[in-house]
Design a protein around this ligand. Structure first.
Ligand code: PMV
Length: 324
């Protein structure tokens, strides 16, 4: 028997950073995926391999894993420790992903969701989405310390999610096929913790001004819900532009992000904003199909480091298949 599981990455549409102080945020799953296959091998060993990074760990030897595979070891320990399965043996798990790493697109959560689903399925454990998400979150803690849980939730359940103070709610949306969402990787890696600290420091220095910005961000989220439900993408684009202005005002934009956004809007994109922590990472660009080539071409000329991924929000989260 061979098991293959797949789980999507995510983008934050609205509310990043403001969410840290209890404001709402909107995120969605996108059609960039992490894949995990688990196959039997002819020995007692438990091998985990990251295909993209070329790292291998033998879980059965109980040694120290390479940093990249530590969350997966932790997930197996957790699954066994909680009694979902006995000690595993005789498997080879291969992890691969088309989600850019360290760019705020939830690549670690997606690999962990796919790994958890494949592992439970292979061992015949009945599973539901909440269990998969909960176990993947245990691995996320190893990667991110104290993550909000948005990434594993979106990757598990798919669709659009409204997140506020630890409560996640699926939201209805209409996706317009005459528009494309571009995820533009600036090629500049960033550190979420550093960006969060920078914003909180500014908040503490000028709280009276910052609270007004946070209130505006909240208003944007509730207005965006309305346009998402109606499929009014021109209005949604305008909100993205305003949201980016707020993110720049709290100090997380940088020159390359601004150049990408300026170029995209000049060429006719409906909206553009940074997504996630900022100070690098990715930019979201919402563009009408007929302007796609023009906009992409101009963005790619901003820097050689830039990578552009046309993506679609997807309603479905993880999936698992068994091959006998
Ligand atoms: O870039 P990411 O996916 O790590 O997003 C960070 C989002 C923040 O709001 C900046 C931090 C958080 O924990 O919500």
């Amino acid at each position: 028997m061979k098991v293959h599981a797949r789980a999507p990455g995510k983008v934050i549409w609205f509310g990043e950073h403001f969410v840290v102080k209890g404001k709402p945020a909107i995120a969605s799953a996108i059609d960039l995926y992490a894949d995990v296959t688990i196959e039997p091998i002819d020995s007692d060993r438990v091998i985990i391999e990251s295909r993209d990074k070329g790292v291998i760990y033998d879980y059965s030897r109980r040694g120290k894993p390479p940093r990249l595979l530590k969350p997966f070891k932790h997930v197996i320990d957790y699954i066994v420790g909680e009694g979902y399965t006995g000690r595993p043996r005789g498997i080879y798990a291969r992890i691969s992903s088309s989600i850019p790493v360290g760019a705020g697109l939830g690549s670690s959560a997606a690999t962990l969701v796919a790994f958890t689903a494949a592992f439970l399925k292979y061992h015949g454990v009945p599973m539901d989405s909440n269990t998969v998400s909960k176990i993947a979150y245990e691995g996320e803690k190893i990667v991110h310390g104290k993550p909000s849980g948005i990434d594993n939730t979106v990757s598990t359940h798919g669709g659009f999610i409204l997140y506020k103070q630890g409560v996640l709610q699926k939201i209805d949306y209409v996706w317009r096929d005459d528009y494309v969402l571009l995820v533009v990787d600036t090629g500049i890696s960033r550190n979420t913790g550093h960006a969060v600290k920078r914003v909180l420091d500014r908040y503490n220095r000028v709280p009276n001004v910052m609270t007004k910005i946070y209130d505006a961000a909240e208003e944007i989220v509730y207005t965006a819900l309305k346009y998402l439900r109606k499929g009014d993408f021109e209005q949604l684009g305008e909100l993205m532009n305003i949201a980016h202005g707020l993110l720049a005002s709290i100090g997380v934009s940088i020159k390359r992000i601004e150049s990408i956004i300026h170029t995209a809007l000049k060429q006719g994109a409906s909206g553009a904003k940074l997504t996630g922590a900022g100070l690098g990472g990715c930019v979201l660009v919402l563009v009408r199909n007929d302007l796609l080539d023009r906009v992409s071409h101009s963005i790619s000329r901003v820097s050689k480091k830039i990578r552009i991924f046309p993506v679609k929000p997807i309603g479905k989260g993880y999936s698992v298949r068994v091959y006998e």
